[in-house]
Design a protein around this ligand. Structure first.
Ligand code: YK8
Length: 177
C-alpha cells in the first residue's frame, strides 16, 4: 500500500481512536465537510477469530465530471485483535463504491495504525491500496487507478487538516503541557 498519512498528533491514542472510529462529533463534522450523507453504522462486535468488526454505509459526493455526482458506499472495518487499548490500534477498512463505473472490478483497502507516543501524543499512519477483484487491463485499469489515487489523496489530506483543527481545540481546553 501507499502511505497517505504519517503524523504525530498531540492527543492520546484512545482519543484518536474515538475520533475516527466511533460515532463522534468529529466524524459527523468531517462527513458534513466531505458531503457524505445517509451514514449508518453497526456497533463494534467481536467475531469468531477475536477481531472486532463493524460495517458503515453512506453516500459519497463525487467531484469528477466523468462520473455521476453520488455513489453509495460500504465500508467494512476490522479492529485487529493485536490492538491494545490506549497503546496500539490497527484498523483495516475495505471500501466498496457501488455506483461508479467498473464498481465490480475494484475496491479500496485502507489500513489505519494509531500508536501511542506518550500520554498525550500518538502517531497516525494510513496506508491505502486499490485492489482488483476481477482481471482489469489497459486503459480501464489506468483510469480506475488514477481516479482512485487522487480521490484518496484528497480525502486524507483533508482528514489531516481537520485532525489538526481538532487537536488545537483539545489542547486549548486541556492547557499546554
Ligand atoms: C472512506 C476510491 C475511488 C473512489 C472514486 C472512484 C472513481 C471511479 C473510477 C472510474 C470516486 C471514505 C473514491 C475516491 C471515493 C471515496 C472513497 C473514500 C474517500 C472513473 C473508473 C470514502 C475512504 C475512501 C476510500 C476510497 C475512496 C474511493 O472512509 O474515485
Amino acid at each position: 500500500g501507499r502511505l497517505y498519512l504519517n503524523k504525530v498528533f498531540h492527543m492520546s491514542a484512545s482519543k484518536m481512536f474515538e475520533l475516527l472510529f466511533t460515532d463522534s462529533s468529529f466524524t459527523q463534522r468531517f462527513m458534513k465537510i466531505r458531503r457524505i450523507t445517509n451514514p449508518s453504522s453497526t456497533a463494534w462486535q467481536k467475531d469468531d477469530s477475536g477481531n472486532n468488526k463493524r460495517t458503515l454505509s453512506y453516500t459519497i459526493t463525487i467531484n469528477n465530471p466523468l462520473i455521476g455526482k453520488f455513489s453509495t458506499a460500504t465500508e467494512n472495518q476490522t479492529l485487529s485483535k493485536e490492538s491494545r487499548e490506549g497503546q496500539y490500534y490497527q484498523v483495516d477498512a475495505v471500501v466498496h463504491t457501488h455506483d461508479v463505473p467498473y464498481h465490480d472490478h475494484f475496491y479500496t483497502q485502507n489500513r489505519y495504525y494509531i500508536i501511542r507516543v506518550s500520554k498525550r501524543k500518538c502517531r497516525l499512519r494510513v496506508y491505502s491500496d486499490v485492489k482488483y477483484s476481477k482481471p482489469t487491463f489497459g486503459l480501464i485499469k489506468t483510469f480506475i487507478t488514477k481516479n482512485s489515487w487522487s480521490g484518496i489523496e484528497d480525502y486524507f489530506r483533508q482528514l489531516e487538516a481537520e485532525l489538526l483543527e481538532e487537536e488545537a481545540e483539545i489542547n486549548q481546553a486541556v492547557g499546554e503541557s
